[in-house]
Design a protein around this ligand. Structure first.
Ligand SMILES: [Zn+2]
Length: 243
Protein backbone atom coordinates (compact mmCIF):
# COMPACT_ATOMS: atom_id res chain seq x y z
CA UNK A 1 0.00 0.00 0.00
CA UNK A 2 1.21 3.54 -0.70
CA UNK A 3 -0.07 6.89 0.52
CA UNK A 4 0.10 10.31 -1.03
CA UNK A 5 -1.43 13.60 -0.01
CA UNK A 6 -3.44 15.78 -2.33
CA UNK A 7 -5.86 18.58 -1.64
CA UNK A 8 -9.27 17.92 -3.11
CA UNK A 9 -9.55 21.39 -4.62
CA UNK A 10 -6.68 20.57 -6.94
CA UNK A 11 -9.14 18.24 -8.53
CA UNK A 12 -10.91 21.29 -9.88
CA UNK A 13 -14.51 21.12 -8.75
CA UNK A 14 -16.82 23.10 -11.02
CA UNK A 15 -18.23 25.49 -8.44
CA UNK A 16 -15.30 25.17 -6.06
CA UNK A 17 -15.53 28.82 -4.97
CA UNK A 18 -18.53 28.02 -2.85
CA UNK A 19 -17.03 24.96 -1.34
CA UNK A 20 -14.47 24.42 1.33
CA UNK A 21 -11.27 22.54 0.60
CA UNK A 22 -10.63 19.45 2.67
CA UNK A 23 -7.43 17.45 3.09
CA UNK A 24 -7.66 14.38 0.96
CA UNK A 25 -5.29 11.47 1.15
CA UNK A 26 -4.94 8.80 -1.51
CA UNK A 27 -4.24 5.26 -0.40
CA UNK A 28 -3.27 2.94 -3.22
CA UNK A 29 -3.42 -0.81 -2.78
CA UNK A 30 -4.23 -4.07 -4.54
CA UNK A 31 -7.98 -3.38 -4.25
CA UNK A 32 -10.16 -3.26 -7.37
CA UNK A 33 -12.66 -0.52 -6.55
CA UNK A 34 -12.63 3.04 -5.24
CA UNK A 35 -13.85 3.79 -1.73
CA UNK A 36 -14.05 6.78 0.61
CA UNK A 37 -13.21 6.89 4.28
CA UNK A 38 -14.00 10.05 6.24
CA UNK A 39 -12.61 11.00 9.67
CA UNK A 40 -13.10 14.26 11.58
CA UNK A 41 -10.23 15.94 9.76
CA UNK A 42 -9.62 14.26 6.46
CA UNK A 43 -10.90 12.18 3.60
CA UNK A 44 -9.08 9.08 2.48
CA UNK A 45 -9.67 7.74 -1.02
CA UNK A 46 -8.80 4.07 -1.26
CA UNK A 47 -8.09 3.03 -4.82
CA UNK A 48 -6.29 0.49 -7.02
CA UNK A 49 -2.60 1.13 -7.86
CA UNK A 50 -3.42 2.01 -11.46
CA UNK A 51 -6.24 4.54 -10.81
CA UNK A 52 -5.58 7.78 -12.71
CA UNK A 53 -5.72 11.27 -11.24
CA UNK A 54 -8.71 12.11 -13.43
CA UNK A 55 -10.57 9.07 -12.17
CA UNK A 56 -9.89 10.07 -8.56
CA UNK A 57 -10.96 13.66 -9.19
CA UNK A 58 -14.20 12.52 -10.76
CA UNK A 59 -14.89 10.12 -7.92
CA UNK A 60 -14.28 12.77 -5.25
CA UNK A 61 -16.33 15.40 -7.06
CA UNK A 62 -19.23 13.03 -7.66
CA UNK A 63 -19.34 12.35 -3.93
CA UNK A 64 -18.74 15.87 -2.67
CA UNK A 65 -22.14 16.34 -0.99
CA UNK A 66 -21.83 13.08 0.84
CA UNK A 67 -18.21 13.84 1.85
CA UNK A 68 -19.11 17.26 3.23
CA UNK A 69 -22.01 15.83 5.20
CA UNK A 70 -19.79 13.10 6.64
CA UNK A 71 -17.00 15.57 7.56
CA UNK A 72 -19.53 17.63 9.48
CA UNK A 73 -20.92 14.57 11.25
CA UNK A 74 -17.45 13.35 12.15
CA UNK A 75 -16.33 16.72 13.49
CA UNK A 76 -19.47 16.88 15.65
CA UNK A 77 -18.73 13.41 16.95
CA UNK A 78 -15.11 14.38 17.59
CA UNK A 79 -16.15 17.44 19.61
CA UNK A 80 -18.31 15.21 21.77
CA UNK A 81 -15.53 12.73 22.56
CA UNK A 82 -14.69 12.42 26.22
CA UNK A 83 -11.99 14.53 27.86
CA UNK A 84 -11.23 13.88 31.48
CA UNK A 85 -10.70 17.43 32.74
CA UNK A 86 -12.30 19.98 35.07
CA UNK A 87 -15.82 21.10 34.03
CA UNK A 88 -15.88 18.85 30.97
CA UNK A 89 -19.07 16.94 30.24
CA UNK A 90 -19.19 13.19 30.66
CA UNK A 91 -22.01 11.12 29.19
CA UNK A 92 -22.48 8.64 32.02
CA UNK A 93 -25.32 6.09 32.10
CA UNK A 94 -27.17 8.16 29.46
CA UNK A 95 -27.00 11.35 31.53
CA UNK A 96 -24.76 14.31 30.93
CA UNK A 97 -22.73 15.02 34.08
CA UNK A 98 -20.10 17.64 34.80
CA UNK A 99 -16.64 16.51 35.82
CA UNK A 100 -15.48 18.03 39.08
CA UNK A 101 -11.99 17.74 40.59
CA UNK A 102 -12.07 17.62 44.36
CA UNK A 103 -9.09 18.05 46.64
CA UNK A 104 -8.66 15.19 49.12
CA UNK A 105 -6.10 12.76 50.46
CA UNK A 106 -8.13 9.74 49.47
CA UNK A 107 -8.29 9.06 45.75
CA UNK A 108 -11.74 8.08 44.51
CA UNK A 109 -14.48 8.67 41.99
CA UNK A 110 -18.08 9.25 42.95
CA UNK A 111 -21.24 10.27 41.16
CA UNK A 112 -23.45 12.71 43.01
CA UNK A 113 -26.50 14.19 41.29
CA UNK A 114 -25.28 15.68 38.03
CA UNK A 115 -21.66 15.78 39.18
CA UNK A 116 -18.99 13.23 38.32
CA UNK A 117 -16.50 13.86 41.10
CA UNK A 118 -12.86 12.83 40.88
CA UNK A 119 -11.08 13.21 44.16
CA UNK A 120 -7.34 13.27 44.79
CA UNK A 121 -4.44 15.35 46.05
CA UNK A 122 -3.35 18.08 43.60
CA UNK A 123 -5.06 16.28 40.74
CA UNK A 124 -3.64 16.59 37.25
CA UNK A 125 -5.64 15.65 34.15
CA UNK A 126 -3.36 12.64 33.67
CA UNK A 127 -3.92 11.37 37.22
CA UNK A 128 -7.67 12.01 36.98
CA UNK A 129 -7.74 9.92 33.83
CA UNK A 130 -6.03 7.02 35.61
CA UNK A 131 -8.52 7.26 38.47
CA UNK A 132 -11.47 7.11 36.06
CA UNK A 133 -9.88 4.13 34.29
CA UNK A 134 -9.41 2.29 37.60
CA UNK A 135 -12.97 3.14 38.59
CA UNK A 136 -14.42 1.71 35.37
CA UNK A 137 -12.20 -1.40 35.41
CA UNK A 138 -13.25 -2.06 38.98
CA UNK A 139 -16.92 -1.63 38.10
CA UNK A 140 -16.50 -3.90 35.06
CA UNK A 141 -14.90 -6.71 37.04
CA UNK A 142 -17.65 -6.57 39.65
CA UNK A 143 -20.48 -6.41 37.13
CA UNK A 144 -19.51 -7.95 33.80
CA UNK A 145 -17.54 -10.99 34.96
CA UNK A 146 -20.16 -12.53 37.28
CA UNK A 147 -23.04 -11.74 34.91
CA UNK A 148 -21.26 -13.26 31.91
CA UNK A 149 -20.55 -16.42 33.90
CA UNK A 150 -24.10 -16.50 35.24
CA UNK A 151 -25.65 -16.21 31.79
CA UNK A 152 -23.27 -18.86 30.43
CA UNK A 153 -24.39 -21.18 33.24
CA UNK A 154 -28.04 -20.50 32.37
CA UNK A 155 -27.36 -21.36 28.72
CA UNK A 156 -25.40 -24.46 29.75
CA UNK A 157 -22.11 -23.30 28.23
CA UNK A 158 -20.17 -22.15 31.30
CA UNK A 159 -17.71 -25.03 30.81
CA UNK A 160 -16.67 -23.37 27.53
CA UNK A 161 -15.39 -20.18 29.20
CA UNK A 162 -11.61 -20.21 29.63
CA UNK A 163 -11.23 -16.55 30.59
CA UNK A 164 -13.16 -13.29 30.88
CA UNK A 165 -10.87 -10.41 29.89
CA UNK A 166 -11.43 -6.71 30.38
CA UNK A 167 -9.53 -4.61 27.91
CA UNK A 168 -9.83 -1.19 26.35
CA UNK A 169 -9.68 -1.77 22.61
CA UNK A 170 -9.76 0.81 19.87
CA UNK A 171 -13.10 0.12 18.32
CA UNK A 172 -14.71 -3.01 19.72
CA UNK A 173 -17.03 -3.50 22.67
CA UNK A 174 -16.58 -7.21 22.95
CA UNK A 175 -15.09 -10.30 21.45
CA UNK A 176 -15.38 -14.05 21.86
CA UNK A 177 -12.77 -16.51 20.63
CA UNK A 178 -13.22 -20.14 19.63
CA UNK A 179 -11.07 -21.06 22.63
CA UNK A 180 -13.64 -19.59 25.00
CA UNK A 181 -12.06 -16.24 25.83
CA UNK A 182 -14.72 -13.60 26.39
CA UNK A 183 -13.37 -10.08 26.07
CA UNK A 184 -15.13 -6.87 27.05
CA UNK A 185 -14.14 -3.25 26.72
CA UNK A 186 -14.50 -1.76 30.22
CA UNK A 187 -15.45 1.62 28.71
CA UNK A 188 -18.90 0.08 28.30
CA UNK A 189 -19.36 0.75 32.03
CA UNK A 190 -20.12 4.36 31.04
CA UNK A 191 -23.29 3.09 29.33
CA UNK A 192 -26.62 2.23 30.99
CA UNK A 193 -26.99 -1.30 32.45
CA UNK A 194 -29.34 -2.43 29.67
CA UNK A 195 -26.62 -1.71 27.10
CA UNK A 196 -23.96 -3.48 29.19
CA UNK A 197 -26.26 -6.47 29.56
CA UNK A 198 -26.77 -6.59 25.81
CA UNK A 199 -22.99 -6.66 25.27
CA UNK A 200 -22.63 -9.39 27.88
CA UNK A 201 -25.38 -11.44 26.18
CA UNK A 202 -23.93 -10.93 22.71
CA UNK A 203 -20.53 -12.41 23.57
CA UNK A 204 -21.91 -15.20 25.76
CA UNK A 205 -24.28 -16.25 22.94
CA UNK A 206 -21.19 -16.65 20.75
CA UNK A 207 -20.21 -19.54 23.03
CA UNK A 208 -23.25 -21.30 21.53
CA UNK A 209 -23.06 -19.95 17.95
CA UNK A 210 -19.71 -18.62 16.74
CA UNK A 211 -21.30 -16.54 13.95
CA UNK A 212 -23.94 -13.87 13.37
CA UNK A 213 -26.50 -16.28 11.91
CA UNK A 214 -30.27 -16.24 12.49
CA UNK A 215 -29.81 -18.87 15.17
CA UNK A 216 -27.35 -16.60 16.96
CA UNK A 217 -29.65 -13.53 16.87
CA UNK A 218 -32.63 -15.64 17.97
CA UNK A 219 -30.66 -16.74 20.99
CA UNK A 220 -29.63 -13.14 21.76
CA UNK A 221 -33.28 -12.11 21.49
CA UNK A 222 -34.35 -14.87 23.88
CA UNK A 223 -32.14 -13.45 26.65
CA UNK A 224 -32.22 -9.78 25.61
CA UNK A 225 -35.52 -9.06 23.79
CA UNK A 226 -34.82 -5.36 23.10
CA UNK A 227 -31.39 -5.93 21.63
CA UNK A 228 -32.07 -4.07 18.36
CA UNK A 229 -32.87 -0.94 20.28
CA UNK A 230 -29.62 -1.29 22.26
CA UNK A 231 -27.55 -1.71 19.10
CA UNK A 232 -29.03 1.52 17.73
CA UNK A 233 -28.39 3.33 20.98
CA UNK A 234 -24.75 2.22 20.95
CA UNK A 235 -24.26 3.31 17.36
CA UNK A 236 -25.62 6.75 18.17
CA UNK A 237 -23.68 7.32 21.40
CA UNK A 238 -20.58 5.14 21.58
CA UNK A 239 -18.28 7.89 20.24
CA UNK A 240 -18.78 9.74 23.53
CA UNK A 241 -17.18 6.98 25.62
CA UNK A 242 -13.66 6.81 24.28
CA UNK A 243 -10.94 8.70 26.11
ZN1 LIG B 1 -20.67 -10.89 17.53
Amino acid sequence: MSRSKVVALNFGAGNSKLRKAFPCEVERSKRKTLALHVTHKKVVVRCPYQASRAELAEFVNDNRDWIERRLLEESQRYRQSLRIERNAKIFYRARELTIEFKEGRKERVLVNGDRFIIQGHKLTNARARVLVEDYLIDKASNYIVPRAKGLARYLGVDHKITEVRLRKTKTKWGHCTSTGVLQYNWLIMLAPCSIIDYMISHEVCHLVHMDHSHRFWNLVESVCPDYEHYIEWLQAHEHRFWF
